[in-house]
Design a binder for this molecule. Structure first.
Ligand SMILES: Nc1ncnc2c1ncn2[C@@H]1O[C@H](COP(=O)(O)OP(=O)(O)OP(=O)(O)O)[C@@H](O)[C@H]1O
Length: 304
């Protein structure tokens, strides 16, 4: 029989009092893939992850982690958890803590090598509460990985990290994936999702509003952008563009033309600019980004 998916969530509901944080969410995460959960603040990502980790109970729906109930004790040794904050006692020294975590597992990674990879060697004797936010985060990532888990949950693993630590984290996640580990991560960084994720799941108001590979979500569509003086009337331009095109100014002085971006459309725009004495600065044709898709679907910036 084929191994069950790393994670299978069906119709998950979580309420806090009268507020519904997760509202019928379904998703599947495959082994050997990185799945990124994207969503505005309060979309229900952490609640979902904490249910999968067995820390919270759902009000409805089913969750299967490596084919088991999230509260099954057999999972402890098979999953890795990096919470958004905490998870390490304040007085624990980094090196000792990681060695202790390693001792719980049958075939752990070498704790010293892992600390070296994450730039923690110099802080091995520092108690957790005296470490900087970024160091604490890296220790909590190391603790999630030291047992060679089959599935890891990373809740905003690179929030607040400097670029070097971010890249070290990305590299580690890439290696986990190559080793067949399933990774479920939440992030507020689009570049992180685009770089790391095989599949992106966009969540809003506790539901999945879109999912697919980054390429599927952004599609083949192109758009044309330029900067010019604010307040140009766009009606005349719109009437010259092919049916189905759109043109808007947002924010002031930044213009966006969407539609079937062909050479003819570019010629129409530049001809209109010439006729109106407009020098289109930074004129460029680009593909939609995940950020654009996210904004369209949720009406909000990712880093709200
Ligand atoms: N223990 C709790 N008691 C009451 N309400 C809660 C609790 N935990 C979360 N919530 C609420 O549930 C909703 C979803 O929160 P959750 O933390 O799951 O969202 P999130 O997508 O992870 O957000 P963020 O990106 O800000 O971390 C929010 O409105 C939050 O205020």
């Amino acid at each position: 029989m084929a191994a069950p998916p790393a994670l299978e969530i069906t119709g998950l509901v979580k309420r806090y009092g009268t507020a519904t944080a997760v509202d019928g969410l379904s998703l599947t995460a495959a082994r050997g893939e990185v799945t990124a959960l994207l969503g505005p603040n309060g979309a229900g990502k952490t609640s979902t992850i904490e249910i999968c980790e067995g820390f919270r109970s759902p009000d409805a729906g089913t969750v299967r982690v490596l084919g088991l109930d999230p509260r099954d004790r057999a999972l402890k040794a098979r999953i890795g958890v990096m919470p958004q904050t905490g998870g390490v006692p304040g007085t624990a020294r980094a090196g000792e803590f990681l060695r202790l975590m390693a001792a719980f597992h049958r075939d752990p990674l070498d704790p010293d090598a892992l600390m070296e990879r994450l730039g923690l060697t110099a802080h091995a004797r520092t108690p957790y509460r005296r470490m900087s936010g970024g160091q604490q985060q890296r220790l909590s990532l190391a603790a999630a990985l030291v047992g060679r888990p089959e599935l890891v949950f990373l809740d905003e693993p690179t929030a607040g990290l400097d670029p070097q630590a971010r890249h070290a984290t990305w590299e580690l996640v890439g290696e986990l994936r190559a080793a067949g580990v399933a990774v479920l991560l939440t992030t507020h960084f689009m570049d992180e999702a685009e770089q790391l994720a095989d599949r992106v799941v966009i969540v809003d108001h506790g539901r999945v509003v879109a999912e697919g590979t980054p390429a599927e979500l952004t599609g083949a569509e192109r758009q044309l952008r330029f900067r010019a003086r604010p307040g140009l009337g766009l009606d005349e331009l719109l009437s010259a563009l092919p049916v189905g095109s759109a043109a808007k100014e947002s924010p002031a002085g930044h213009y966006l033309v969407e539609g079937d971006v062909r050479p003819e459309l570019l010629a129409t725009v530049t001809a209109w600019c010439a006729a109106h004495g407009v020098l289109a600065e930074d004129l460029r044709i680009e593909r939609r980004t995940l950020e654009d898709v996210f904004l369209e679907l949720t009406g909000r910036e990712l880093r709200g």
